[in-house]
Design a protein around this ligand. Structure first.
Ligand SMILES: *Cc1c(COP(=O)(O)O)cnc(C)c1O
Length: 477
């Protein structure tokens, strides 16, 4: 029987093949290209602290491809132009949003991920990555206190995790054809739930937003009263969404009483822990999230504080088989799964990159102690800034137990708050400190997200000083 001859180097490839990587030897052109790109990136990251978080307008490179393909030096020059105009999360003054600097292992894993170019749609397109994703989801679900057998799927962002959770809950409850079904959450829940309800074909009123207490958390009494009313009226409930870490102030809905109510009525409890769930990695802070393990599903976004490069979100379920039931279609053009099922049948996305790689490697790089230290340091920075701003006086502060803090001048009207926030944000930017300017409870605030590990006391001191000056100017003017 003739055996297949070993792969031989074929005749010189057609010209466009030069843009692909030689599969028969370590490609010297690729090595050089990667080295140059790596130098470019390291330089950009390494200069971060000397620049500003938010660059001015930069030169837009030529957008359309030229007739002749470009060589690597021209491509790198194009890249440089885009990098010069990029937001700079690595700057110690980058405190505006939930967008921390990237972990070095996460950057490396992202690069490898691109080189592997596997597809999480089906096992035969990502054998090791599919298993890694299932295993890491199961591990994280266990850390959050979900029962044995729990697991989940990665998604390109928390909005998608939340949508998939609600679609799964609706399917499980047999409510897919009920146009009157509702989702309950607090009035400070994330806007992605508005999108989810719209995508699910429900009217905007199907998202029932319940009042919060002074600390920004859902009031269990209000929930209890509303659930009883819906029950009497025969209106079906798709899910109750509790938020662990609201977007403006990091408030936590009380999970234990909410879970008890869900159990009483047989409702699905989804915890939107996009911001807050990872605080469970600290033994000291974990009690804040008491009851997390009672959830039916949890959204967690490691991209928001841990430094995992975007996007990195997981949807974890106490019983991940519900995902296949809600999203399984059969994949007639794929070999059957030999492991735990195709990840493409466990969620909404089809083709999907191996985002799990940068999460897995990033967590391995940090270690459990590093993860705990990172979230604890973020909380300490928020406490410090809170203390400094209290000392300034004349401010209304909104925070929670996490790493977010919003503030505005005390006792001013909405238009004064708007002008003050715009002027103070500009003054802060002049000092290389970038805060965001959310509208919260009808007033513009300045908001600091203290997840940046490069931010030190000196930056917080400067921040408080600029705010103090802005208050003095506001009262003069
Ligand atoms: C950011 C956030 C989301 C959405 O996550 P994306 O990754 O931006 O889609 C959902 N819920 C909360 C509480 C968030 O803060």
């Amino acid at each position: 029987m003739a055996s297949v001859p070993p792969a031989q180097r074929p005749a010189p490839p057609p010209r466009e093949c030069g843009s692909f990587v030689d599969p028969f030897q370590v490609d010297p052109a690729l090595e050089a290209f990667l080295q140059q790109a790596s130098t470019l990136l390291c330089r950009w990251l390494g200069q971060a602290g000397h620049g500003t978080p938010l660059p001015g307008l930069s030169v837009l490179p030529v957008v359309e491809p030229e007739a002749e393909g470009l060589a690597s030096d021209r491509l790198l020059a194009d890249l440089q132009l885009v990098m010069e105009g990029a937001y700079n999360p690595n700057h110690p003054g980058a405190l505006a949003h939930l967008d921390p600097p990237p972990l070095s292992a996460s950057i490396v894993a992202d690069l490898i991920c691109a080189g592997l170019n596997n597809n999480l749609l089906a096992e035969e397109l990502s054998p090791s990555l599919s298993r890694l994703e299932r295993a890491l989801c199961a591990w994280m679900a266990g850390r959050f206190g979900l029962p044995e057998g729990a697991g989940g799927v990665a998604a390109s962002g928390g909005s998608l995790s939340n949508l998939m959770a609600l679609v799964t809950a609706r399917h499980h409850r047999g409510l897919a054809t009920r146009g009157d079904a509702v989702v309950l959450c607090s009035e400070e829940a994330h806007v992605s739930l508005i999108k989810a309800v719209a995508v699910m074909g429900l009217p905007a009123e199907a998202l029932v937003r319940l009042p919060v207490n002074a600390a920004g958390g859902l009031e269990p009494l209000a929930l209890e009263e509303r659930l009883a009313r819906l029950d009497r009226a025969g209106i079906p409930v798709i899910a109750v969404v509790a938020t662990s870490g609201t977007t403006v102030r990091g408030a936590l809905d009380p999970l234990e009483p909410i879970a008890a109510l869900c159990r009483r009525y047989g409702h699905w409890l989804h915890v939107d822990g996009a911001i807050g769930a990872i605080f469970a990695f600290s033994e000291r802070l974990r009690p804040l999230l008491g009851g997390l393990g009672l959830a039916d599903s949890i959204t967690v976004n490691p991209q928001k504080l841990l430094g995992i490069t975007k996007t990195s979100s997981l949807l974890l379920l106490a019983d991940p088989r519900h995902l296949q039931r809600a999203f399984g279609t059969g994949l007639p053009y794929m070999e059957p799964s030999w492991g735990g099922g195709h990840q493409g049948e466990a969620g909404l996305q089809g083709t999907r990159p191996g985002e799990i790689l940068k999460l897995w490697l990033g967590l391995r790089q940090l270690g459990l102690d590093g993860m705990a230290a990172l979230v604890e340091a973020a909380v300490r920075r928020r406490s410090e800034l809170e203390r400094r701003l209290r000392a300034v006086g004349g401010l209304s502060l909104c925070s929670g137990p996490l790493h977010l803090l919003a503030f505005r001048p005390e006792g001013c009207d909405a238009s004064v708050a708007e002008r003050w926030s715009a002027a103070t944000r500009a003054a802060l930017l002049g000092e290389q400190l970038m805060l965001s300017r959310p509208v919260y409870r009808g007033f513009h605030h300045l908001k600091a997200v203290l997840g940046n590990p490069h931010t030190g006391s000196e930056h917080l001191e400067r921040l408080a000083l600029v705010v103090q000056r802005s208050l003095a100017e506001a009262s003069d003017g």
